[in-house]
Design a protein around this ligand. Structure first.
Ligand SMILES: [Zn+2]
Length: 247
């Protein structure tokens, strides 16, 4: 109970403190599709749909979940990770054990990160994890500055478009999750990105016809990809977006 309260408070404070502010240099709306954990359907169906639209995604992975069965999906395999990496998708970092940042002290977080980075480096030595996503979207005001020393960015699950002055260590991301958004909601985020010239980031998990409460159908993903195309918005990985905004 108390630790839950502390966790929520720390997450809230992390929105406002220890920011890594970065002003977007120009009007350049773009979109990133990110997948957390990640289910094997994200690496197959999800990646294939992105590629068919000339885009690439960012997959925030936790080493402990690789090739493991879960309540809602089977984790992607080492082979799938190599394929994603070679096809130009980005492998991003979660904590190795998928523990929440708010539950880790400095040394525990350091061990989690070290373990995760070496796991993926062990699969393919050219995989370097440059960007982080908070497991469960829960940031920690205490861990934020620690993570900033290792990663170029950290993504939460605070919805909205990253525009004007953004916090690189608390990137906003909106759900691409059928339980939470429909096609009209997706369109609204795209319109907002066009109006502000900002960077829209979606997050999700599985991509299947009957998705988990955390995933979406291929239909919804296809809708979002077409929405980007219609607006001439590039579909880029997080690392490529950071390059484009000079971060
Ligand atoms: Zn996760």
């Amino acid at each position: 109970m108390l630790s839950d309260l502390n966790g929520r408070l720390s997450n809230r404070l992390a929105r406002h403190f220890r920011a890594a502010p970065h002003r977007l240099p120009m009007y350049a709306p773009m979109v990133s599709f990110t997948f957390d954990d990640a289910p094997d359907s994200a690496a197959s169906e999800g990646a294939a749909l992105l590629e068919a639209h000339g885009g690439r995604g960012t997959f925030y992975l936790a080493g402990s979940l690789i090739d493991q069965p879960g309540d809602h999906w089977h984790g992607l395999s080492n082979d799938a990770i190599v394929r994603l990496h070679r096809a130009g998708h980005e492998i991003g970092c979660h904590t190795f054990s998928h523990l929440r940042a708010v539950d880790l002290d400095e040394s525990a977080m350091a061990r989690e990160i070290e373990r995760n980075c070496s796991y993926f480096h062990g699969i393919d030595c050219s995989i370097r994890l440059e960007n982080f996503a908070y497991p469960y979207g829960l940031a920690s005001v205490w861990r934020k500055s620690q993570l900033a020393k290792t990663f170029r960015s950290a993504r939460g699950i605070l919805p909205g478009v990253n525009s004007d002055v953004i916090d690189l260590q608390f990137l906003r991301a909106s759900p691409l999750i059928d339980c939470e958004i429909d096609t009209r909601g997706v369109d609204r985020y795209f319109d907002e990105a066009v109006a502000s010239g900002g960077w829209l980031i979606f997050y999700g998990h599985d991509i299947v016809d009957q998705p988990s409460p955390y995933g979406c159908t291929p239909t919804l993903l296809r809708h979002a990809l077409k929405a980007a195309e219609r607006r001439n918005m590039p579909i880029v990985t997080v690392v490529e977006a950071l390059r484009r905004i000079g971060a």
